[in-house]
Design a protein around this ligand. Structure first.
Ligand SMILES: [Zn+2]
Length: 94
């Protein structure tokens, strides 16, 4: 990554780029907030399991929301016939 400074090593020939950077995007009080994390290579590999866990958690939440939406967009009679209930969905998720 190149920065905005004029005489920086990232503008040299050959360029020595900055990074690696990790971009942490989340929603805070309804707004999307992106924060750039400056990590050493060692920190990046040490924290990797945390990032993996966070990604997995987001995937599971998205899946749970999708299942919930499907349950509530199914007419009640069909839902009962198929024995689908939010409780069962939650059980399966956890
Ligand atoms: Zn630079």
């Amino acid at each position: 990554m190149r920065c905005g400074k004029t005489n920086c090593r990232c503008k040299a020939e050959p360029p020595v780029l900055h990074g690696p950077y990790l971009h942490w995007t989340r929603t805070l009080a309804g707004k999307t907030v992106t924060r750039t994390l400056t990590l050493t290579q060692e920190q990046a590999s040490r924290y990797q399991p945390w990032f993996d866990n966070a990604r997995r958690l987001r995937e599971l939440i998205t899946e749970l929301e999708g299942r919930s939406l499907r349950v509530f967009s199914t007419p009640r009679a069909d839902r009962q016939r198929a024995e689908i209930s939010p409780g069962r969905c939650a059980e399966r998720q956890i």
